[in-house]
Write a protein that binds this ligand. Structure first.
Ligand code: SAH
Length: 398
C-alpha cells in the first residue's frame, strides 16, 4: 500500500531502523537523518536512509525521542485512528480489570497512543498530555469526544506536568477541568474506598499501578504493620483489617491528611481500628525505630523513584539497600516484607540482587513469596522495556 503522499518524511539512520525492527517504537534524535521543515507535533512518514517506508509516527521537534511510531502502515486519518485506539484501550480494561472503578484507561505507548495518559476515578477522568502531537487542538478535541462518548464521565480534568511541557517546548498551561464541573469523588479499589480530588495530590491522583499489589500484600498481613512512604494510605488501608496495629509514614502532610480522610471513609472495614499516621522522613524514622528496637510483622516500603536516570543507578541501589536493610532488621521472625521500586532504571534483577545483599548484611534469610509488577491496566509491551517500571517483591523472613 502506498504511503499517504501528503505526510512529511523523516529519514532515519540504519541504527534507528534496527531499533524499530526489534519492535521498539522510539527513534532518538541522534538517529534522525533528515527532518527538513517539519512542524512540531506533525504526523510523519518514516523511511530508512534509502527511502524505504517504515511506517507512520508522531514527531517531536525538541524531545530526545524525536519519533514515536504509531503504525507500520500509512495513516490517512489520525483522528479516526486515535478514536479507535482509545476504544481498544477501554475494551482491554473491560477484559482485564476487576474489583475497582479506578484504573488507567490509556497508558501512552503501551496502548499505542504515545504521550496520552488517561486515568479513571469513578466518574471523573484525569488526562495527561506528554507530547507535542497529542497537544494540538484537533487531537485534544478528538480525545475528549471519544472519552465522553464511551465513558460518559461527570468531568474530565487535565493534570499538567510543567517540566514535560517545557521539554516539549509547549506553551505553559494550568491544570484544570476540561469538561464538566465535578472536581472530587470517591472511588473503590478491592472494596476499599478512597477520596479523589481532581486538582490536588501527586501524579494523577492515586497510585493505581499498585492496586493489585495492595490486594496481594493484604493476603499475608498480620500483627503489627508499618507502611513506609504511605502517601494517601493505599497499602495501610488494605492491610489494616488483617492487622492488630498499623502505622503509616510519609513526609507529606497533605498526603497524610487525605490518608486520614480515607480511613474515615472505611470505618466499617476497619471496625473501629485507628491507623496512626506519622509525618516524618522515612530514613530518619526507620533509623530511630531500629535503635529503639521497634518490631513489626509486616513492613511495606514504597519510596519515590530513586533513579531518575541511568546515571543514578548506583546511588539508587544504595538508597534501596539502606531502607531494606533497616526494615529487615525490624521484622519479627515470620514477618513479611513488601518492598517496591518504581524506578525504570532499576531492573527486576538489580532489585532482587540488592535485596539479597541487604538480607546477608541483616543476617536474615528471606523466602520470596511473590515477585510482582504494575497492575494490568498499566500494560507492558514486551519489546518496549520502558513500559515496565514497577517492582513489588513480597518476601517472608524465615
Ligand atoms: N505507597 C503509596 C505511594 C508512595 S509514593 C501508595 O500506594 O499510594 C512515594 C511517597 O513517598 C510520597 O507520598 C512522598 O510524599 C513520600 N516521600 C518522599 N520522600 C520521602 C521521605 N524521605 N520520607 C518519607 N516519605 C517520603
Amino acid at each position: 500500500m502506498p504511503q499517504a503522499p501528503s505526510l512529511p518524511t523523516v529519514k532515519i539512520s540504519p541504527r534507528g531502523a534496527d531499533r524499530l525492527k526489534d519492535g521498539h517504537v522510539w527513534v532518538y534524535r541522534s538517529d534522525i537523518v533528515s527532518t527538513e521543515g517539519i512542524l512540531p507535533g506533525s504526523l510523519v512518514r518514516v523511511t530508512d536512509h534509502r527511502g524505504k517506508p517504515l511506517g507512520t509516527a508522531l514527531y517531536s521537534s525538541s524531545s530526545q525521542i524525536a519519533i514515536r511510531m504509531l503504525s507500520h502502515d500509512p495513516v490517512a486519518d489520525f483522528s479516526a485512528l486515535l478514536r479507535q485506539r482509545i476504544g481498544d484501550a477501554i475494551a482491554y480494561r473491560a477484559r482485564m480489570v476487576q474489583n475497582t472503578d479506578a484504573h488507567r484507561v490509556v497508558f501512552s505507548e503501551a496502548d499505542f497512543l504515545p504521550g496520552l495518559i488517561v486515568d479513571r476515578y469513578n466518574d471523573i477522568l484525569s488526562l495527561q498530555i506528554l507530547t507535542q502531537a497529542m497537544d494540538t487542538e484537533p487531537v485534544r478535541l478528538a480525545i475528549l469526544a471519544e472519552l465522553t462518548a464511551r465513558l460518559h464521565p461527570a468531568a474530565i480534568a487535565e493534570r499538567v506536568d510543567p517540566r514535560v511541557r517545557e521539554l516539549e517546548t509547549l506553551a505553559p498551561r494550568e491544570s484544570g477541568l476540561l469538561q464538566g464541573e465535578k472536581t472530587s469523588t470517591t472511588f473503590t479499589m478491592n472494596g476499599v474506598q478512597f477520596r479523589y480530588e481532581a486538582l490536588e495530590g501527586q501524579k494523577t491522583g492515586a497510585f493505581l499501578d499498585q492496586r493489585e499489589n495492595y490486594a496481594a500484600a493484604a493476603q499475608y498481613a498480620h500483627g503489627e504493620a508499618l507502611d513506609v512512604f504511605c502517601y494517601q494510605g493505599g497499602f495501610a488501608l488494605h492491610l489494616a483489617p488483617h492487622c492488630s496495629q498499623i502505622t503509616g509514614v510519609d513526609s507529606s502532610r497533605p498526603a497524610l491528611e487525605v490518608a486520614d480522610q480515607n480511613a474515615a471513609l472505611n470505618q466499617t472495614l476497619l471496625k473501629g481500628k485507628e491507623i496512626e499516621w506519622i509525618e516524618a522522613n522515612a530514613f530518619d524514622l526507620l533509623k530511630d525505630y531500629a535503635t529503639a528496637n521497634r518490631r513489626y510483622d509486616i513492613i511495606v516500603l514504597d519510596p519515590p523513584p530513586f533513579a531518575k536516570t541511568k546515571r543514578d543507578l548506583d546511588a539508587a541501589l544504595r538508597g534501596y539497600k539502606e531502607l531494606n536493610l533497616r526494615a529487615l532488621k525490624m521484622l519479627r521472625p515470620g514477618g513479611i516484607l513488601v518492598t517496591c521500586s518504581c524506578s525504570y532504571h532499576v531492573s527486576q534483577s538489580n532489585f532482587l540482587e540488592m535485596l539479597a545483599s541487604a538480607a546477608i548484611d541483616a543476617h536474615r534469610t528471606l523466602r520470596l513469596i511473590e515477585v510482582r509488577g504494575q497492575a494490568k491496566d498499566h500494560p507492558i509491551l514486551l519489546n518496549v522495556p520502558e513500559t515496565s517500571y514497577l517492582k513489588c517483591v513480597i518476601a517472608s523472613l524465615s
